[in-house]
Design a protein around this ligand. Structure first.
Ligand code: ADP
Ligand code: ZN
Length: 435
């Protein structure tokens, strides 16, 4: 069993967690009803009063909030306290449209940083570790979140922010970084660059990586672990609910423990809004139980995943979420078939390619087309056209088996697909241009 940052919570009994949640929800719903007119209206429309919520079982009576609500209420419409009580603003990355902003009181920042500290300790972090944070700093929650968590644990924090990969590597080597924090796509790029510079995985002092903010596959995890010589841990979060650290992985690496004392999770059917039992796949919905400044209730994340209450070997009792399969809005519907970028990534890595690819969806003659550009590694690169064509056909057939529809694969020379320093952009959907 590893160490915990807050053992009294992380290994509390199910009943103890429920007691905490039940106590917090009653207070929180009252707080929101009294201080957030936007949500009060939604509750009134639904005919729900604060006194109808006596325990987390009653949460299902509350109305949902969606990204559209956040955009409508932008910037101050969901604020739960006077602005003068707030000490911080952060913003989403804007991956799927207009950015939304979130506010924090000092207490909100403290709780958020505690959550990240739990993640760092679960990854083996302690005083004496050198924690290299190369998530972007600024409005994005990645940099600020890991930075704050690293301080709480007492690690020596290297606030690199993203980009300037040569400098990342110089500092990583010169200052003996032991924990690397960034997006998985940037971790893969750092691994690739280290190898190009002639470093072997054992040349660095890294022992763990804490990677999140975008979906990544198990295959990608193995590649990163091999190229950096580390154990790679997933971390999940979203600005609307605080930032990274809403959920984090332990040494078992089989899903992320949700910090349920602060965030109550539900899985719903995205079409009907019905709450589904543990173990079903659906859309993840969060209720922040004690946030003051930006207290969202029943926020629909659009992330598709499964919750599990199976016992974990790390001893934590917090419910686990699987790696999100992607967002419901990342899912492409191509010729009537549901396709996730993660399925394409799995095939590529299984076939020995790198996660450097780009998906282009278009519509020609009223039919959807799916093209996938896949980068060759120098050792796979061949001048003989017929050999490349053979490889393309093999990949197309493996893709057809996985996806149920046939894409067109184009192999492109090494280093032609742009590397990401933050969240990777994998899909270009040109159909939207025609709509
Ligand atoms: P945006 O929604 O604009 O990208 P954020 O930067 O707040 O804004 O990102 C939050 C989203 O990032 C989550 O809703 C989820 O889709 C994705 N995400 C975060 N962490 C992970 C992770 N570990 N695995 C998969 N997706 C993740
Ligand atoms: Zn665990």
């Amino acid at each position: 069993m590893g160490r915990y940052f807050q053992p009294e919570i992380e290994s509390a009994s199910r009943q103890e967690i429920l007691d905490i949640q039940n106590q917090k929800i009653v207070k929180q719903v009252r707080h929101v009803y009294d201080n957030v007119p936007y949500y009060r209206n939604l509750m009134d429309e639904k005919g729900v009063k604060p006194e109808d919520i006596q325990s987390v079982d009653d949460i299902k009576k509350l109305p949902f909030l969606s990204k559209a609500d956040l955009r409508e209420a932008y910037p101050y419409g969901l604020l739960g306290t006077d602005l003068k009580n707030c000490v911080r603003i952060q913003s989403t990355s804007g991956t799927t449209g207009k950015r939304v902003v979130a506010f924090y009181t000092q207490n909100d920042v403290d709780l958020w940083e505690d959550c990240v500290a739990r993640a760092i300790v679960a990854a083996g972090g302690d005083k004496g570790d050198v924690c290299q944070v190369c998530y972007g700093y600024g409005l994005f929650t990645g940099g600020a979140g890991l930075h704050g968590g690293s301080h709480k644990v007492g690690c020596l924090t290297l606030p690199m922010s993203s980009g300037n990969t040569d400098r990342q590597i110089q500092f990583m080597m010169d200052l003996n970084a032991t924990i690397l924090c960034c997006t998985p796509s940037y971790a893969a790029y750092i691994g690739e660059t280290l190898a190009e510079k002639g470093y072997k995985p054992e040349d660095n002092k890294l022992k763990a990586g804490i990677f999140g903010a975008e979906p990544w596959t198990e295959e990608m995890r193995h590649n990163i672990e091999k190229s950096l010589g580390i154990k790679a841990f997933d971390i999940y979060g979203l600005t609307e609910i605080s930032g990274p650290g809403v959920a984090f992985e332990c040494e078992e690496q089989s899903g992320m423990h949700i910090n349920e004392d602060h965030f109550y999770a539900e899985i719903i059917d995205p079409d009907t809004g019905e709450v589904l039992p543990d173990g079903s796949e659906g859309e993840l919905v969060f209720t922040a139980l004690d946030k003051e400044a930006f207290p969202l209730l029943r926020y629909r994340t659009r992330d598709i995943c499964v919750l599990s209450r199976e016992k974990c070997s790390c001893g934590r009792t917090l419910v686990k979420m699987c790696k999100p399969r992607g967002r419901s809005d990342d899912m492409m519907i191509i010729r009537g078939v549901n396709v996730f970028p993660s399925q394409i990534e799995t095939v590529l890595l299984n076939e020995g390619y790198t996660p450097n690819y780009q998906i282009i969806v278009d519509r020609k003659n009223n039919s959807d087309t799916l093209d996938i550009n896949v980068e060759l590694t120098p050792d796979k690169f061949s001048d003989i056209i017929s050999e490349n064509v053979k490889k393309e056909r093999k990949l197309e057939s493996a893709m057809r088996t996985m996806l149920g529809i046939g894409p067109k694969v184009h192999l492109v020379p090494p280093k032609t697909i742009v590397r990401s320093e933050g969240k990777a952009v994998r899909v270009i959907d040109k159909r939207k241009l025609h709509d």
